[in-house]
Design a protein around this ligand. Structure first.
Ligand code: V47
Length: 402
């Protein structure tokens, strides 16, 4: 017997049929989803996909974000993080401070550090290599997820090396994976309006494609709710799906001597206007947040996880999003300097027991994961990680989610 279609908006019926059959949605389908008022129907479709992939599991991790410098050669209009060197509030952390912060994180139970910063005009490539080597030496078990594609392109310039050479050197120094930042919206019109100085989409994809070919897993983001239109968001998601198709094909063909990798998850980032040059914009509403998270789940049928990053969407909405296609809330974070909401400081620590409580209250089962989405088990008394799977091993996505 065929399943009942979960939508009340008749125009979404053909889309619902495709979703139930696991078929990829088109650009027009994505635009129709944004145009529909059937928020619950969209949520039910996204939830269908989410539960097909992950059942009732909702993932979180114990991590620590480290922003090593806010000095940046760029001046993107959406960004409230960057400072010019010498400007009040500008900082760069000595390597020892980054290493000590990572060590404290590892000692207090984190399995991951997430390290990103501005494009610092004077720091040499050795600064980044020494940072990774130092963390690797002090905390051999800690997964280092570091440097957006934009920072990687910056390193190719300062080190006069290719993307492949830079990534290879970083991997040898201890890099585990790349975070998804710097993607914004893959569209030239939006690029020229709000982040003109930044490299264009082709360079972001070049970095992620090369990382995958070197066996380095990566994440992907989309910054929504500023000047972009719904069709531009859908175009962005389809471009991510296309690279994931390529990377999954390569993974299927891989042998032990040439490991390859893919996107672990997508993180739709809700734009926070405060203290940015776009501070006059209202920012996305709760409706746009829920629709975008759900539509990301629906468009990206080949990416395993959709993360509601609670710092951006806020905790209450992130909790609700566990029924709108999301299966992951990111983590403990501890410190976050990139975006600034009125009243928030940079110290934004979410306790593990609070994350678990929020997930349980939403009717889901909290699962601690590592960066590559393997379940982490801990000794109940010492809190030490017991899972024996070696870190930095590629996630087995291909057979289960393609
Ligand atoms: O690249 C900057 C975005 C990103 C604002 O990979 C803003 O697991 C909202 O990429 N309002 C950095 N967003 C954060 C990021 C990230 C976060 C969590 C997890 C992962 C992951 C990656 O934040 C930037 C930019 O796209 N951003 N300014 C703003 N005003």
């Amino acid at each position: 017997m065929s399943q009942p279609l979960p939508v009340t908006d008749d125009s979404l019926r053909p889309i619902a049929e495709k979703v139930l059959e696991g078929l990829p949605l088109s650009q027009d389908d994505g635009v129709a989803l944004y145009a529909s008022r059937d928020l619950h129907g969209i949520g039910r479709m996204a939830n269908f996909v989410r539960e097909k992939l992950h059942g009732d599991k909702a993932f979180y991790n114990r991590n620590r974000h480290i922003n090593y410098t806010n000095v940046c050669a760029l001046s993107c209009k959406f960004c409230s993080f960057y400072r010019k060197r010498g400007e009040e509030g500008a900082y760069e952390m000595p390597i020892e401070q980054v290493i000590a912060t990572a060590k404290t994180a590892a000692d207090t139970g984190a399995t991951e550090v997430h390290i990103v910063g501005g494009l610092h005009p004077w720091l040499k490539f050795d600064y980044y290599l020494d940072m990774l080597r130092g963390i690797r030496e002090e905390c051999p078990e800690l997964h280092i997820k570091a440097f957006t594609a934009i920072e990687i392109v910056h390193f190719t310039r300062i080190a006069k090396m290719s993307v492949r050479e830079v990534l290879t050197a970083l991997k040898e120094a201890g890099l585990g994976s790349l975070p998804g930042g710097g993607a914004e919206i893959f569209d030239d019109r939006v690029h020229d309006e709000v982040f003109k100085g930044k490299v264009r989409a082709d360079r972001w994809f070049d970095v992620h494609r090369t990382a995958h070919s070197l066996g380095i897993h990566t994440n992907a983001t989309m910054l929504y709710g500023h000047v972009e239109t719904p069709p531009e968001r859908i175009g962005h998601l389809i471009k991510l799906r296309e690279l994931q198709d390529e990377s999954l094909s390569a993974m299927r063909a891989q042998d032990a001597s040439s490991p390859s990798a893919c996107f672990n998850c997508v993180i739709p980032l809700s734009f926070i206007p405060e203290q940015s040059e776009l501070g006059y914009l209202p920012g996305p509403t709760g409706l746009t947040d829920l629709k975008t998270l759900a539509i990301s789940r629906l468009m990206l049928n080949n990416i395993a996880h959709v993360k509601a990053f609670w710092i951006m969407q806020g905790l209450p909405l992130s909790q609700v999003a566990l029924d709108w296609g999301c299966d992951d809330l990111d983590g403990t974070v501890v410190w976050y300097d990139i975006t600034k909401r009125e009243g928030d400081g940079v110290h934004q620590n979410l306790h593990v027991s609070d994350i678990r409580r929020l997930i349980r209250e939403a009717g889901r089962v909290p699962i601690e994961r590592d960066t590559l989405y393997r379940e982490v088990t801990r000794d109940a008394v010492t809190d030490r990680v017991l899972s024996s799977a070696p870190l930095n091993e590629p996630m087995q996505l291909v057979s289960s989610h393609s």
